[in-house]
Design a protein around this ligand. Sequence first.
Ligand code: FAD
Ligand code: NAG
Ligand code: NAG
Ligand code: NAG
Length: 506
Amino acid sequence: MVLVLLIVLVTFLSLNDLLETVAARDPTLTVIIVGAGMSGISTAKTLSDAGIKNILILEGTDRIGGPIKKTKFSGLSVEVGANWVEGVNGKEVNPIWTMANHIGLKTYYSDYDHLPANTYKHMGGVYEKSIAQKAYDTADGISEFSKNLSVALTSERKEDISILASQRLGSHVPSTPLEMAIDYYTYDYEFGEPPRVTSLQNTEPLPTFTNFGEDLYFVADSRGYESVVHYVAKQFLTTNKAGDIIDPRLKLNKAVTEIQYSRSGVVVKTEDGSVYKAAYVMVSASVGVLQTKLINFVPDLPAWKLLAIYQFDMSVYTKIFLKFPHKFWPTGNGTEFFIYAHEKRGYYPIWQQLENQYPGANCLLVTQQPESATKAEIMEVLRNMFGKNIPDATDILIPKWWSDRFYKGTFSNWPIGVTRYEYDQIRAPVGRVYFTGEHTSEHYNGYVHGAYLAGIDSANILIKCAKWKLCTYNVNPKRDINLNANATRTSNDLTYWQLHEKQLRE
Ligand SMILES: Cc1cc2nc3c(=O)[nH]c(=O)nc-3n(C[C@H](O)[C@H](O)[C@H](O)COP(=O)(O)OP(=O)(O)OC[C@H]3O[C@@H](n4cnc5c(N)ncnc54)[C@H](O)[C@@H]3O)c2cc1C
Ligand SMILES: *[C@@H]1O[C@H](CO)[C@@H](O)[C@H](O)[C@H]1NC(C)=O
Ligand SMILES: *[C@@H]1O[C@H](CO)[C@@H](O)[C@H](O)[C@H]1NC(C)=O
Ligand SMILES: *[C@@H]1O[C@H](CO)[C@@H](O)[C@H](O)[C@H]1NC(C)=O
C-alpha cells in the first residue's frame, strides 16, 4: 500500500513541481549571477530562455560588458578592452560576427599582409622588404612546424610543451630584433604572454581560427563594441522607451564579497552589506579575480578547484592610444599596421595608425605587455622610428586592467601542461556554485565569443540540475586530450570531483 502511494506521488510530481520544490527553499530566487560581462549576460539569457526567470545579476562596476568597454579619448569613442571580432570568414560563423552585423556595428578588416614592408629597425628606417619578407616566411614555417608537432604529440598522447620548446625542436628560436618582433606579433599579440609560457597543444592550431576563420575585424563605432553585450541583454531584460535597461534583476555597483554554499542553497553578500539568497549561484568573475580573495567562499573551495584556478594564467595585454597634433607616419593602402624591432623583445612592437577608423584624428595605437608603459618611453620609440623632430603626443590613454580588482588582467592564456581534464575542473560546479566566463570556454578561452559561448554552456549545465535533477557533471578523462570519443575512462578520473560532490550532498 505504502509502495503504491509512493509511486503515485512520484508520477504526480512533474518536473516543474520539482523545480518549484527547489525554489520553495527560498521563494525569492533560483539563480544569482555574479558579473554582467558577456558570459554573465549570456548565462542569464540562456536561463531565462529555459524558463528560469527568477534570477538576479550582481555586477561590481557601474555598467555591463566587463572588458568590452568604450571610452572617450580626445573626443573619439575608442575601445579600452576588446577591439576585434576575431575568427571571421571561416567554415563556421562566429556568433559575435553575426550580432555585430545584425546591429550594424562599424568594423574594419585588419590587413596584416603588408607588415614586411612596414617593419622598423631599432634605430630607425625600415628593413628592406625582401629581408623582412624572408623573416616572416621563416616564422610562418616554424609556426606550421609547431602545428604539426602539436597534432602529433596530441595523437600520441604525449605531455604538453611550450611553444618555445617547439621552436627549439624546430631549430629556430627567434633571437634577432627582427625575429623577436615577428615572434611577438605571432604569439604575444594574440595570447598576451610569450611562447615560453604558452601551451603548444592548446593553442596550435587555435580553434578560433580553424573553426571561425583567420580574419580579424577592428570595431570602431560610437556605440562601442559593448553594444553586442547590450544586444544580448535586451533580449531578456526589460528596457524603457529610450532603450535603457531598467530591469530590477540587474543590479550594478554590487561587489560580491562572500558566497556561502550548502546543500540547501546559497547566500551571497555584497560590499554594501546586502544579503541575497538563492538556490544556485553562477560565478562569472575572471580567473584573475578568482585567484584573489575578493570573493570569500564559505566553506573554502575544495583543493582540486583551487588547484585548477591557480594553475591557469591571466595575461596582461596593454593597448595604448595616442593622439598627435599632426601625422608623421605613412598613410594610405597597406600602411595600417607597422612593427618596431627593438633589441629588447616586446618593447612597443605592434603599431596601428587609425586613419581609416578615425580620419583626421591623428591617432596611433600601440600594444605592449606590462601596464607600466610611459609616454616618455613611447616618444623615444617613435623618435627612433620617425626622427627627432616629431611632436609630442597631446593625449595618451593607458588602460589599467591588471590593477583593477574586478579584472586582475586582461584575458586568460593557456599555460603549459594544463590538460583538458584540469581545464574542465575550472568550469566544474562545486555543489550549488557554478562557474562561467571566457576561461571556462571549451575551445575559445580569451575571446568575446568564448565568453558568449561559455555562458550558454554553463547555463545548460545548471539547467540540467535545476530542471532535470541531473546534477552530476562529468569531467573529461585525464588523458582525453585528443578529443577522442572512444578514450577509456579510468574510475579514478571520473570520480575525483564527483566524490567531493557526493560528500557535499550527504
Ligand atoms: C585589453 C583587452 C583586449 C581584448 N581584446 C580582445 C579582442 O580583440 N577580441 C576578443 O574577442 N576578445 C578580446 N579580449 C577578451 C574579451 O574581452 C574577454 O574574453 C571577455 O569580454 C570576457 O568576458 P567574461 O564574461 O568572461 O568576463 P568579464 O567580462 O570580466 O565578466 C566578469 C564581470 O564580473 C564583474 N565582477 C568581477 N568580480 C566581481 C565581484 N566580486 N562582484 C561583482 N561583480 C564582479 C566584472 O566587473 C565583470 O563585469 C580583450 C580583453 C582585454 C581586457
Ligand atoms: C606539416 O604537415 C603538412 C601535412 O602533413 C605537410 O604538408 C607540411 O610539409 C608540414 N610542414 C612542416 C613545416 O613540417
Ligand atoms: C586601396 O585598396 C583598395 C582595396 O584593395 C582599392 O580599392 C583602392 O583603390 C586602393 N586605393 C589606393 C589609393 O590605392
Ligand atoms: C569509436 O568506436 C566505434 C566502435 O568501436 C567506431 O565505430 C568509431 O569510429 C570510433 N570513433 C573514434 C572517434 O575513434
